[in-house]
Write a protein that binds this ligand. Sequence first.
Ligand SMILES: Nc1ncnc2c1ncn2[C@@H]1O[C@H](COP(=O)(O)OP(=O)(O)OP(=O)(O)O)[C@@H](O)[C@H]1O
Ligand SMILES: [Mg+2]
Length: 253
Amino acid sequence: MEQSNLSSREPVLEVRDLRKDFTIHVIGRHVEALNGVNLTVGAGEHVALIGQSGAGKSTLLRCVWRSYRPTSGHVWLRQRDGAQIDLATADDREVADIRRQQIGYVGQFLRAEPRRSVLEVVARAGIRRGAHEDDATDQAVTALREVAIGEDLWGTSPVVLSGGEQQRINLAAGTLYPPHLLLLDEPVASLDAGNRQRVLERIGHLARDGVAVLSVFHDLEAVRQLATRVVALCDGNVVADGAPNEVLELVAS
Ligand SMILES: Nc1ncnc2c1ncn2[C@@H]1O[C@H](COP(=O)(O)OP(=O)(O)OP(=O)(O)O)[C@@H](O)[C@H]1O
Ligand SMILES: [Mg+2]
């Protein structure tokens, strides 16, 4: 990736004073899930979010992906062409275009159209990000091999497959023809050791290729293996942001 011009040194993602409140009227519950979060992710950086259950990790990823609309604050994305957009306030259509072309989101569950085959689901993710059909199919084949989805499954619908298989297909799709910014929410949660390692390696290559990655991993071994920086959240606040070994040591003490 081009690193020489000035703009490429600016962060790809810059989250400023981000707040997200939830009010559940029927039970009279009000939650301040994010309380003014600041963080940045640069090209080729892998920033891992850590923190206890309920700390706000998934909420933060969803505010960036904009499946949640932030209550206030900014989610600046420096797009591939260098233009900045605030995803916190951009209109839905603009967000949909940017998501399709520049952002990957891999959660624990695959949402695939029932009538598409495994190979199509993965290749289409690349086509949405600008790959030509043939190229996308070639890359989909490579990606599926990398995450150990056997050729006998490529023609079937992913909806009939196991949770772990779906998760690997999801990861293959989310990383094909790599997005500019990749959001990962526990992408190896239901994988056995061998498949987990394959998926982690694929994620590691992406950051090295210049993709900006913001992740949540349940197991800290994955964080140690992949993160270039760790941000710790507690009750919706950033309580530490720094080198992985320093932050992990801090939270362990
Ligand atoms: N859609 C929602 N409606 C109401 N409250 C929500 C919603 N999503 C999240 N919350 C609340 O916001 C807080 C943060 O939740 P979040 O899912 O971000 O935590 P997390 O750090 O991802 O936790 P975990 O490690 O368990 O996945 C929690 O108190 C949660 O109950
Ligand atoms: Mg979560």
